[in-house]
Design a protein around this ligand. Structure first.
Ligand code: NOJ
Length: 714
């Protein structure tokens, strides 16, 4: 037994059953008249954790600022007035920023820059920990192929490898090497498992996922979070093929703990335990509590079902004290690891917010994807610019949803940042209630029209799915009007999701996807528009032509009939009435400079399977030259295709990437190593296998690259 285990046992041995159950109970912050009775609950040892927000969909509503004094007072009651003296764990949804707001996670992923993502989460944890927060419900690692799903903004898109890279960066950034550090907070990998596959993109909907698909697509990011040392996991609302995850021992224990090796605690999603009755697998609250606890769900968020039911369940013999003790052990262990017993209170510390703003700007800039450029960008600073559209003076939506503590008034607008840089004239026409004639007039008098369009933050987030992923009709009309002036038209899209581009992208001379990019996105956009920053973001999801094409994702298996439309094969025939290729593929993004790729080289043609297992690797390299007029960053992507396997393998799967800065005119060699962990796949039973045979290795700018070599596993 190590010292932490000893400490856990010591605390546990002194707890009554009621106090143990209290540790498994999380309630939300009390308001108004609830406060006094809540304090009494704390005194009685009934509150193990507090959810520092109010309501089921916290990210959709304005939440009050954190009241540190109030939380310190609740903590004081727990530590000094409750019999056990166990501190409370405070958790809040700090999803992509606290005071400083970073890009939404989907946009962070578009940066393909794990170092910046890690740094962002380090900044976030520094700010959040200074506001009583010990624990955040981030990262959301739900792979999704459906931009209709409102929560797409919180995830990392359609690729398991990218998701795994993000998972590691976020967990390391938040928890650091030691989560007990006062500047760090605990991470929570959520929602385990399959939530991003909600049918039709309708939130909370059922999912149908085979074990093969779960293992190869949905589980890897969670595996990566566990390897990075994530201390908590949140279970998902959904069922998978008829089995609610909340009550599934198979998912929460057999896979999460036994297979992936997770050793922290599992918290339910909000009210998910009592919802087992609505899902039709439990008759009443007692059944719900019994099923969830026995499945391996340790802490019950908000619905008080554990608090109200577990004592009787133990007394009646339906739940053993051992089962309760094991859950409590896991919660106590995480509290100890967080250093709560030494430092239960929040003591405010100074931090350099201007440094965080700089980091937010750098990440926002690297997240922006240049989708199209006919040479109009970057603009000359002397150009006369007309800024038109509903996002010219917008602040709040730039920060996105699931943002509880940023301040819109501290978020500059596009108008402000362009005006600050321009040496020409800048006129603006705000989009809301547009008068077409006046906007046209402005457009004729300028050199270039910059249309600032997008979707409101209220069109994204939890329980905010959309049947059609497009721009609003009045914005599309505005694009057509701008086009009709014959002037150059640049589009800047502030969206939470990639929208369907047919009928939109054609009308622009240049198009930037700036996402809901956070506190500093408008500054980043101005730098890019004037060429002070060279764009380098890449699409973490396919950009579709029409909403009716969903789902469309790059890592599909090959069809027996020649209909691999994603890769252009009979793409005009997959639908009789529509071209079934992506508008922009996964991994796509342009630059102001031009990168030319040489041939792929590999140090060997073949490796025996046994040698691969022992750690031998293929060393692969490629020479790339920056032939353009700017210094710039290139994201070099490596995909593989297992040509012949016992299960169908994807036509392309991303296995590595490197983001490299090339000086103008510079040639550099980019190296990769791929080995056993990259060349195999998971069988339905979760076993990882590498099979003998040929593997095609592709390197390029996006998933459509056909630059390849073939290596052999003997
Ligand atoms: C429900 C959401 O699904 C979850 O992601 C969030 O952390 C909780 N509510 C708490 O707000």
């Amino acid at each position: 037994m190590n010292s932490i285990e000893k400490q856990v046992e010591e605390i546990l041995s002194k707890l009554s059953l009621k106090e143990k159950i209290g540790q498994l109970n999380q309630q939300e912050t009390p308001v108004g008249e609830e406060v006094e009775s809540f304090k009494e609950q704390v005194r009685n040892g009934e509150i193990g954790s507090i959810l520092m927000s109010v309501g089921a969909t916290a990210g959709n509503d304005a939440q009050g600022a954190v009241n540190v004094k109030f939380y310190n007072e609740l903590q004081r009651i727990a530590v000094e007035e409750s019999r056990s003296g166990i501190p409370i764990l405070f958790g809040r949804d700090v999803i992509h920023g606290h005071r400083t707001v970073f890009p939404i996670p989907l946009a962070m992923t578009a940066s393909f820059n794990e170092e910046l993502i890690e740094k962002a989460y380090e900044d976030i944890s520094r700010e959040a920990s200074n506001d009583s927060i010990h624990w955040t419900f981030t990262p959301m690692l739900d792979l999704s192929r459906d931009p209709r799903w409102g929560r797409i903004i919180e995830g990392t898109g359609e690729d398991p490898y990218l998701g795994s890279v993000f998972a590691k960066a976020a967990v390391k950034g938040l928890q650091g090497d030691n989560p007990a550090d006062k500047d760090r907070i605990l991470a929570c990998a959520k929602h385990f498992l399959g939530y991003g596959a909600s049918e039709g993109g309708r939130d909370y909907n059922r999912t149908e996922i085979s074990d093969y698909t779960l293992n190869n697509y949905y589980i890897p990011a969670f595996k990566s979070a566990v390897s990075a040392g994530v201390k908590t996991v949140m279970s998902a609302f959904n069922d998978i093929s008829g089995q609610p995850v909340t009550s599934s021992k198979y998912y929460l224990t057999d896979i999460l703990r036994d297979r992936l090796g997770f050793d922290g605690f599992v918290v339910s999603d909000y009210d998910a335990v009592c919802q087992l009755a609505r899902q039709g697998v439990a008759e009443n609250d007692a059944d719900c509590a019994e099923l969830a606890l026995k499945a391996g769900l340790d802490m019950d968020m908000h619905d008080k079902v554990y608090l109200n039911e577990l004592e009787n369940l133990v007394k009646s013999g339906r739940v053993s004290t051992d089962t309760i003790d094991n859950a409590v052990r896991r919660v106590l262990k995480v509290k100890i690891l967080k250093g709560l017993f030494e430092n239960p209170y929040c003591e405010r510390r100074e931090y350099d917010i201007s440094k965080h703003r700089e980091d937010a700007k750098e990440l926002a800039a690297e997240s922006v994807v240049l989708l199209k450029n006919n040479g109009v960008l970057p603009l000359d600073k002397s150009a006369n610019v007309g800024l038109v559209g509903p996002f010219v003076h917008e602040r709040r939506s730039l920060m996105g949803s699931w943002m509880l503590d940023g301040k819109a008034e501290e978020t500059p607008t596009v108008y402000e940042t362009i005006k600050a840089k321009s040496e020409g004239s800048v006129v603006s026409v705000n989009g809301t209630g547009l008068s077409w004639d006046s906007s046209l007039k402005w457009m004729y008098n300028t050199d270039v029209t910059v249309l600032c369009l997008g979707e409101s933050w209220t069109a994204t987030g939890e329980f905010r799915s959309q049947a059609e992923v497009s721009l609003a009709p009045d914005q599309i009309k505005l694009i057509e009007k701008a086009r009709s002036t014959g002037k150059k038209v640049v589009g800047v899209l502030f969206c939470g999701r990639p929208v369907a581009m047919q009928g939109i992208a054609e009308n622009f001379d240049a198009l930037l996807l700036a996402w809901h990019g956070g506190s500093e996105v408008a500054s980043a956009v101005a730098d890019i528009i004037y060429g002070d920053t060279v764009p380098c973001g890449r699409m973490p999801m396919t950009v579709i032509r029409e909403s009716t094409h969903i789902p469309m994702y790059y890592n599909v298996t090959s069809s027996g009939r020649p209909v691999n439309c994603y890769y252009g094969e009979n793409a005009g025939e997959c639908y009789i009435d529509s071209l079934a290729t992506p508008y922009y593929p996964f991994g796509f993004g342009l630059s102001y400079t031009e990168f030319n790729y040489g041939d792929i080289k590999c140090d060997k043609k073949e490796i025996a399977l046994n040698e691969l297992k022992e750690g031998k690797k293929f060393k692969i390299s490629i020479d790339i030259k920056n032939d353009g007029e700017f210094d710039g960053k290139e994201t070099v992507q490596l995909y593989i295709h297992d040509k012949l396997a016992s299960f169908m393998r994807p036509i392309k799967e991303l296995k590595a990437f490197k983001k490299v800065l090339f000086k103008k005119g510079e040639t550099a060699t980019v190296d990769f190593e791929i080995g056993f962990d990259d060349l195999g796949f998971y069988l339905p039973n979760g076993e990882y296998t590498v099979e003998k045979g040929e593997i095609e290795v592709f390197i390029g700018k996006d998933c459509l690259t056909d630059r390849k070599i073939t290596v052999l596993i003997k």
